[in-house]
Design a protein around this ligand. Sequence first.
Ligand code: ATP
Ligand code: MG
Length: 248
Amino acid sequence: MIEARGLYKKFGDFKVLNGVDLRVEEGKSIAIIGRSGGGKSVLLKHLIGLLKPDAGSVWIDGLDITHLTERELLKVRRKFAMVFQGAALFDSLTVSENVAFMLRREKRFTDGEITKKVEAALDMVDLQGAGPKMPVELSGGMRKRVGLARAVIYQPEIVLYDEPTTGLDPVVSDSIDQLILRVNEYCKVTTVVVTHDMRSARRIGQRIFMLANGIIHMEGSPDDIFGSSDPLVSRFVNGIADTKDIDL
Ligand SMILES: Nc1ncnc2c1ncn2[C@@H]1O[C@H](COP(=O)(O)OP(=O)(O)OP(=O)(O)O)[C@@H](O)[C@H]1O
Ligand SMILES: [Mg+2]
């Protein structure tokens, strides 16, 4: 469903991706882990065509999207929903209006159809009845749920999540992870989650990819990754800093 082949990307002289290879099968749920600033968000943006690689290619459903124009990309992007880190809600719109926003712009559905779809999407994320609320009335976890509802209302084939549980307490994180898995299963979407929350990676990732030094340093099942004796992997998953990471 998603394939990155030998992706290279640098900003100025700063090399972020140094030959990334990644393959995600249809319907699977994978996690990409790695250090802050290691290029996870940059990699995600390549998968959806928001950034172009210096070399290498990205394939979606058998189509090479690397050199498509913005116009051609619009069709491919329909398959995607992206849940951004901060949920990015419009504060002047209600929850329902936020969830319906893109559907309304497309003008494909009647008001009645949109209302039904919004209700179904809010149900999916356990936010029944929250439609009339304003974003300021919501907790961080609820905002993330609204972000999720806004993604699933589209019926995407692929959902990309950038740090969906960052800044949430462990209990709320757990509930968001469960919703991500629910969406993966019931909506039959391919799921890619970028996270540095190890508990979350373990729960969500049927496969886990560790990005380090611009490449996929290791790919494996959660047991492979968490039981790895590779020093880089085991230090990372156990949260142990290398002395050279510490600024003296
Ligand atoms: N558009 C850009 N122009 C210049 N540099 C960029 C751009 N986007 C990202 N970078 C740089 O690329 C590096 C990787 O950034 P990225 O946001 O992918 O990291 P990350 O792994 O997602 O980190 P975090 O876990 O903190 O979100 C950073 O050093 C960042 O400053
Ligand atoms: Mg990031």
